[in-house]
Ligand binder design. Structure first.
Ligand code: PPE
Length: 308
């Protein structure tokens, strides 16, 4: 991993190598952290953060589920992200805010442990490999079911919940696949280990509803908005695994994965980066790179910055 110079920690900057935690950190034992994954992009008008406010609002919702007081407003956290980018003099990169319960009493009751908030940034290229953006990835339907609204609610992005994704990812990789797609307890498609799932069939775009235990992805919402604007019909509906096997095109999307085509599922070939996937992927990259005015409102610049 490519490191940067400074990490924002509880309101000030510390050198990357000094941003340590105690081994009895509550979140390390019990997973009591909430986090975000955000991307910043170099644009002709400077460094922009994609849908920063939406990410910070989800961060706040995740924290509230676990009764964590972030101690900063959404605006303060957004300003801290811009400041972290500036102090590290970095352009396109990944941004990782995390709030977690720190060292203090042991045991499951977390409210006596301090909440720490940090923001780190680092260069992170194509999540599933540069080639995947063009050629697509191979996916396996995981034998592990996705966590549900009454176990570990997928509407929150909490650290401990990701153990579910890790199991699925390990299994997929052990079996020779690039990525895992998880079904929910009812057997409907939920999401990838770290991405939402879309299928194209006869020119219509399908994706599971958020009630299917997928993360309410911000890239998912972006793709739905773009598709609608491009005149593509979008249906949020429960999908079964054969809907993916028989899809004309299948793709994954997420902050890290951006828009990544799926080449096969359980060995069933899809159309790869077909025409709709390509159109949405091109629109996505043009937007985040500041080259598509239609969706420019989703790019957030530091307050007071000149936006040409
Ligand atoms: N589903 C899951 C399970 C998920 O983790 C992500 C994001 C998404 C869908 C897409 O959500 P959004 O980023 O809001 O469009 N996964 C993050 C973590 C990846 C990681 O390896 O860490 C991400 O993409 O940043």
């Amino acid at each position: 991993m490519q490191t940067t110079e400074k990490i924002w920690r509880n309101g000030s900057f510390v050198p990357w190598e000094d941003a340590q935690v105690h081994v009895l950190t509550h979140a390390l034992h019990y997973g009591t952290g909430v986090f975000e994954g955000i991307r910043a992009y170099d644009t002709p008008s400077g460094v922009a953060v994609f849908r920063l406010t939406d990410h910070m609002e989800r961060f706040r919702r995740s924290a509230s589920l676990y009764e964590m007081d972030l101690g900063y407003t959404t605006e303060e956290l957004a300003a801290a992200v811009h400041a972290t980018l500036a102090v590290n003099e970095i352009g396109s990169c990944y941004v990782r805010p995390i709030a977690f319960r720190g060292a203090g009493p042991m045991g499951l009751y977390p409210l006596d442990n301090p909440v720490e908030v940090i923001i780190a940034v680092w260069p992170w290229g194509a999540y599933l490999g540069e080639e995947a953006l063009d050629k697509g990835v191979s996916c396996k339907i995981s034998s592990f079911r996705r966590i549900g609204p009454n176990t570990l609610p997928p509407a929150a992005k909490a650290s401990g919940q990701y153990i579910n994704s890790v199991l699925a990812k390990l299994e997929a990789s052990r079996c020779g696949f690039d990525e895992a797609i998880l079904l929910n307890e009812e057997g409907y498609v939920a999401d990838g280990s770290g991405e939402n799932v879309f299928v194209v069939r006869d020119g219509v775009l399908y994706t599971p509803p958020t009630t299917a235990s997928c993360l309410p992805g911000i890239t998912r919402a972006t793709v739905i908005r773009m598709a609608t604007a491009l005149g593509i019909e979008v249906r949020q509906t429960n999908l079964v695994r054969t809907d993916l096997y028989f899809g004309d095109e299948v793709f994954l999307c997420g902050t890290a994965a951006e828009v990544t085509p799926v080449a096969s599922i359980d060995g069933h070939q899809t159309g790869g980066r077909g025409p709709l996937t390509k159109q949405l992927q091109d629109t996505f990259f043009a937007t985040v790179n500041g080259r598509d005015e239609r969706f420019a409102d989703m790019l957030e610049y530091p307050v007071g910055a000149e936006v040409a």
